[in-house]
Design a protein around this ligand. Structure first.
Ligand code: 5BU
Length: 367
């Protein structure tokens, strides 16, 4: 279904300027689903299966109405909807359709972002019907506020997981390039050369000076052209109130982000495409057990682990840093060669960007 949603332009990848002025790598336009009735029906059936028992269904105009109408007619559940403003003529109704306080009601929308329009519907309906829950086709995972539980058919984390696996398969590559250079132009030049061979480019955005945001734009563009994901190795490690603010700088354009395991579940819960630190290449600390626990408790937020050894957990991906062409140490960095690693992706920085022959080094690393 994710591939179909991409093909039908409901999910777009590119460089999109948002209302806030920020740049987004993804644009979710679920309203386009009305042009694909078979897909709308499939998703409608899946959403219906997820719902608790209810009597009436409320579709939020415009995006939620087509899918709510489908569920309404197929499963014989009467439809209602709430107007933006009450009509100032005729019946002056704010709510269309029939309802009363005894009716168990679910609310349906296409996408949840801030939760604002859903909360407006909840506030209008809360004394008029028996509200049960909310369901949406797509959760953008932007830390919404909503006073009812929200179920989603898909979330951003699902798209990222799908994209990463697809790129790994298509490129037959397990290479993540760690672009820890101060020279932004050099990073983009290297990516133009090796972009087709890598699945992820990992950065530490805080070591770069990108006040004008030009590097961010260039990185997004090169990542679309050469089809790789962008990872911010931020290793979040604070309370969720702060991590939410820190993450807001990245959430629209970074696909993957690292997070320490010694945080609370609330922290993991505000991320998408999260990679939990299981073990580090520089010392003996091992957070594998707690990382595993977080992964199990936050399936909609986590993509996998950064770890020195494979961690088996459903379909999650394991990535390993501390890789070079020779087994050696550089201060606290302990290098192994890729042949000694049993995980899905190797993360390589200096061995690539300091190499006099990058292509040759890459073929040594991956063969
Ligand atoms: P290197 O140049 O290949 O040594 O770079 C390794 C990168 O991986 C660098 O960006 C580190 O911050 C990152 N890293 C690591 O080296 N070891 C770890 O355990 C973790 C991340 Br987690």
């Amino acid at each position: 279904m994710i591939e179909e949603l991409i093909q039908s332009n409901c999910i777009k990848l590119g460089s999109f300027t948002l209302k806030s002025g920020d740049i987004s790598k993804y644009y979710f336009d679920m309203k386009n689903i009305i042009s694909y009735p078979n897909m709308l029906a499939k998703i409608g059936d899946e959403i219906y299966k997820k719902l608790q028992d209810f009597d009436i269904i409320c579709g939020i105009p415009y995006g939620g109405l087509p899918i709510a109408s489908y569920i309404s007619t197929k499963y014989n559940k009467p439809l209602i909807f709430v107007r933006d403003k009450a009509k100032n003529y005729g019946t002056q109704k704010l709510i269309e359709g029939e309802y009363d306080k005894s009716k168990k009601c679910v609310i349906i929308d296409d996408v949840i972002t801030t939760g604002g329009s859903i909360q407006y519907n909840i506030d209008v309906l809360k004394d008029k019907v028996d509200l049960v829950e909310v369901a949406v086709i797509f959760d953008r995972q932007q830390n919404y506020n909503c006073s009812l539980p929200v179920k989603s058919y898909l979330c951003k984390n699902d798209i990222i997981k799908y994209k990463l696996k697809k790129i790994m398969k298509e490129k037959q590559s397990k290479l993540c390039f760690s672009a820890d250079l101060n020279d932004k132009n050099k990073i983009i030049d290297i990516l133009k050369k090796i972009g087709d061979k890598i699945v992820v480019c990992k950065i530490h955005y805080d070591i770069l000076d990108d006040n004008d945001g030009e590097f961010k734009k260039d990185l997004i563009n090169v990542s679309i052209k050469h089809d790789f994901l962008i990872m911010e190795d931020r290793k979040f490690n604070d309370i969720s109130y702060i991590v939410e603010k820190q993450y807001s700088k990245f959430k629209n354009w970074v696909d993957l982000v690292t997070v320490h395991s010694l945080v609370s579940s609330d922290v993991i819960n505000c991320l998408s495409g999260a990679l939990l630190i299981g073990s580090m290449s520089n010392n003996n600390h091992d957070f594998t057990d707690i990382a595993l626990q977080h992964a199990k408790n936050n399936k909609n937020n986590v993509i996998g682990f950064i770890t020195q050894k494979r961690i088996d957990c459903d379909d999650l991906i394991c990535m390993t840093p501390g890789i070079s062409t020779k087994e050696t140490n550089d201060k606290d960095q302990k290098y192994r060669t890729s042949s000694n690693v049993d995980t899905d992706i190797i993360i390589v920085g200096r061995a690539i960007y300091n190499s006099p022959n990058i292509e040759e080094t890459i073929s040594k690393l991956v063969n």
